[in-house]
Design a protein around this ligand. Structure first.
Ligand SMILES: C[S@@+](CC[C@H](N)C(=O)[O-])C[C@H]1O[C@@H](n2cnc3c(N)ncnc32)[C@H](O)[C@@H]1O
Length: 229
């Protein structure tokens, strides 16, 4: 397990505390629309932290070619129609470039700054000179508006129970997923990043914001600050 990460509930749990069975059940949100709204038709997408393919599958249906990366083989076993690569994102070096590198699921907020630097350098290393990196950030009140819960009309509840500081600007976040026939929890470390801190982290890795795609600034199109290579 990654330090400070834990998961409970039926089935396999990934090193960052995610439950494979849970992600198989969770419906996808508006992510594929946001991505398809900006990615060129037929783009080659490198998806980092794909899980079971919750976003991968709708992207393939929209005609994109996806390479899905995850450090959990149990997650990748559920992915269909995409090339899969099992390993830590921060160590990935495929020797290839992609039209779009997708870093969703708030992975940019990882608690360990070394891991974040590694992840962002992986993004830069794999993006084509005329391509871009799509990043999904946390919402601004993600760590302060707790406890909060969302009751999904499809019959489950997601409850962010707490976000407690554990030092060095990092919070330990505890989330419960309540289904009628099962409960999963995840504890993980996440670092809130202001817009300035986020842009500084990108700059450190040789990336720059091209534009914020959504009003809440959660989706970001980033480009190599200087042509990669
Ligand atoms: C919260 S889940 C989201 C999965 C998928 N993006 C989705 O929205 O359904 C995060 C996934 O990223 C993977 N992951 C997290 N950190 C990783 C890292 N540093 N390297 C490789 N995989 C990682 C986990 O194994 C997990 O499958």
């Amino acid at each position: 397990m990654r330090e400070g990460h834990e998961g409970t509930g039926p089935g396999a749990i990934t090193p960052d505390g995610c439950a494979v069975e849970l992600y198989t059940r969770l419906p996808v949100g508006d992510e594929p629309e946001v991505i398809a709204g900006v990615a060129p038709a037929g783009a080659r997408i490198l998806e980092l932290g794909s899980g079971v393919g919750r976003m991968t599958h709708p992207l393939i249906e929209r005609g994109f070619t996806v390479t899905a990366v995850d450090e959990s083989a149990a997650m990748l076993e559920r992915v269909r129609g995409a090339r899969t690569i099992c390993g830590p994102i921060e160590e990935l070096d495929l020797g290839e470039r992609f039209d779009v590198v997708l870093l969703a699921s708030f992975l940019v907020h990882t608690g360990d700054p070394e891991v974040r630097r590694g992840i962002l350098r992986t993004c830069l290393r794999h993006v084509a000179d005329d391509g871009f990196v799509l990043i999904q950030r946390e919402g601004e009140d993600y760590h302060t508006n707790v406890p909060r819960e969302r009751v999904d009309p499809r019959g489950f509840t997601v409850r962010v129970v707490s976000a407690e500081p554990v030092g060095d600007g990092v919070d330990s976040v505890f989330v419960e997923y309540l289904f009628p026939d099962g409960v999963w929890t995840q504890t993980f470390r996440a670092r809130p990043l202001t817009r300035e801190q986020f842009e500084e982290a990108l700059g450190e890795a040789g990336l720059a914001v091209d534009r914020y795609l959504t009003e809440d600034r959660m989706w970001v199109k980033a480009v190599p600050a200087v042509p990669a290579g």
